[in-house]
Design a protein around this ligand. Sequence first.
Ligand SMILES: Cc1cc2nc3c(=O)[nH]c(=O)nc-3n(C[C@H](O)[C@H](O)[C@H](O)COP(=O)(O)OP(=O)(O)OC[C@H]3O[C@@H](n4cnc5c(N)ncnc54)[C@H](O)[C@@H]3O)c2cc1C
Length: 416
Amino acid sequence: MRYSALAILRQVLNGHRGWGPAWRDPEPQSDYDFIVIGGGGHGLATAYYLAKEHNAARVAVLEKGWIGGGNVGRNTTIIRANYLLDGNQPFYELSLKLWENLEQDLNYNAMVSQRGILNLCHTDAQRDAYRRRGNAMMFTGSGAELLDADGVRAMYPFLNFDDARYPILGGLLHRRGGTARHDGVAWGYARAADQRGVDIIQNCEVTGFRIENGKVKGVETTRGYIGAKKVGVAVAGSSGRVMAHAGLRLPIESHVLQAFVSEGLKPVLDGVITYGAGHFYISQSDKGGLVFGGDIDGYNTYAQRGNLPVVEDVVEGGMSLMPMIGRARLLRMWGGVMDMSMDGSPFIDHTGIDGLYFNGGWCYGGFKATPASGFCFAHLMATDRPHGVATAYRLDRFRTGRMIDERGAGAQPNLH
Ligand SMILES: Cc1cc2nc3c(=O)[nH]c(=O)nc-3n(C[C@H](O)[C@H](O)[C@H](O)COP(=O)(O)OP(=O)(O)OC[C@H]3O[C@@H](n4cnc5c(N)ncnc54)[C@H](O)[C@@H]3O)c2cc1C
């Protein structure tokens, strides 16, 4: 069924009895041309673009839990293309272009909202760095505007301008950035991929790879062995564990990142703001909750829950940026496991095992990358060549000295 205003009207008249499931629940077949491991945003997008762009007919997504249960349904929903480095910015600009047409393409309301992102600066050096970054964004057509303090005050008069330890000097405004409904993106890709014949198999954990003479033959799962010509791994925070089944060690550490939502409030914040003097970012959901987050928990873990010191750190950031947040009550919070790479940038690459490909290392910025990640990973899996905007995302870049270190933080995953 195509979703449309007319379809809703028909269902209203029909007492909403005609809505079918959004995707099938098939039994796994004995083998496929392409298996994508991980039913998060990246895995589902990969399967969708394999079917759509490369006419792949026999594709399966294997998901150990349920669609949208991983980070794709746990993030703070920010999408943007405001990077500095050549290896990154064209990729994220492609992603933003795909976001801009995503709902029409998928025929699904993913609530993509280009409400703008404002990165605040609090020192002269930070303003210079933002000016440089803004120029890089303009080279790729992403658009950027540098605001002074009055420009910021005109947009958000309630920020802490007068009494701040780190005064707001201005900000870098990225009007095409914004938010999208996180789990809606997973559902939209799942539905559209299913309509193109992709089998989405939930409750199917991959427990091993069958590799013969350096070539992948298939995967062992909790629902039995499934053969495949090509296998792509897109399991985000579980990357280290899953690739260990193939005998590979990755330049990745897993950490937990927490997100927070306040009770519903009247509209107060119509864009996304990031605080430049601490690590804090905030937006307001369409239901009215203030959605915010900050640093990852510094230790390695696979647990999807965090600790109180980071909660304290995040709310301190919020209080120093917009003190009125202290009047709001926190409604809920949760954690997700991040695949933090050593330079803060991701991987979309072959593994050295014939037919086995890897997508990961998205750190805590992979939601915005979802469309381009799927697009480029599908391209790599189908053609065995990297897509033009993803040539830098190689697994061997630490050996060859071609790191993509946006922050200049070095091999410190918790600082990226
Ligand atoms: C709190 C938080 C806030 C964030 N905020 C933002 C943000 O504002 N903007 C942004 O761009 N990014 C953000 N991110 C990061 C972003 O969510 C992730 O980088 C991205 O979602 C990861 O890709 P994914 O969607 O494919 O991951 P996931 O949804 O985690 O998908 C991976 C899937 O693999 C499955 N899996 C794991 N092991 C196996 C196995 N053995 N067999 C089968 N399946 C398996 C998992 O169950 C999971 O469903 C945030 C993340 C968190 C946790």
